[in-house]
Design a binder for this molecule. Structure first.
Ligand code: MN
Length: 199
């Protein structure tokens, strides 16, 4: 069973003005589509054929670099589209809000730690909010790596992620990555993040 490019739950223009339609369309139909088809090529006929993406990523140290890059790209973007919404923004509620306050002291502290992780990731990569065995943590990863991978510095289940590859923001924001990160807070789908936190 091959991996399939997921459909977005909203139009390419739905996250305007924070993320522009052209960026969304290219990101989904070109970048994510390419990770998906290259992942399928890389696992076809191998011992990974038929395994779930989570199984593959948690044992990524024994896989090829093609599986690492494209498997990460497939998973990361699938999460990314879901944790954004045209009705997003604001702050989390309930258990997730409690867990964030416990781990970071306050939502504002969390926001600043996450934004700094995204801004300071050198080159291409992602920043994450992760469930670890010691509670919620913020981390960042290079390229298409993520915290599910057994090679990740901070290991756990990512529940929120921001793509800071230039392809995610360059058309609208050019070199102003911090402006894109600031805009991301307006589209975060906290209901989806809470659902992933609940597990
Ligand atoms: Mn991307």
């Amino acid at each position: 069973m091959a991996f399939e490019l997921p459909k977005l739950g909203y139009d390419y223009s739905a996250l305007e003005p924070h993320i522009d339609a052209r960026t969304m369309e290219i990101h989904h139909t070109k970048h994510h589509a390419a990770y998906t088809s290259k992942l399928n090529d890389a696992v076809a006929g191998s011992s990974l054929d038929g395994k779930s993406i989570e199984e593959i990523l948690t044992n990524i140290s024994s896989a090829s670099i093609a599986v690492r890059n494209n498997g990460g790209g497939f998973y990361n973007h699938s999460l990314f589209w879901k944790v954004m919404s045209p009705n997003g923004g604001g702050t989390p509620l309930g258990d997730l809000a409690d867990a964030i306050n416990k781990a970071f002291g306050s939502f504002d502290n969390f926001k600043s730690e996450f934004s700094n992780a995204a801004a300071n990731r050198f080159g291409s990569g992602w920043a994450w909010l992760v469930i670890t065995k010691d509670g919620l943590k913020v981390t960042s990863t290079p390229n298409q790596d993520n915290p599910l991978m057994d090679i990740s510095e901070v290991k756990g289940t990512p529940i929120l992620g921001i793509d800071v590859w230039e392809h995610a923001y360059y058309l609208k924001y050019q070199n102003r990555r911090p402006d894109y990160i600031a805009a991301f807070w307006n589209v975060i789908n906290w209901d989806e993040v809470a659902k992933r936190h609940k597990g």
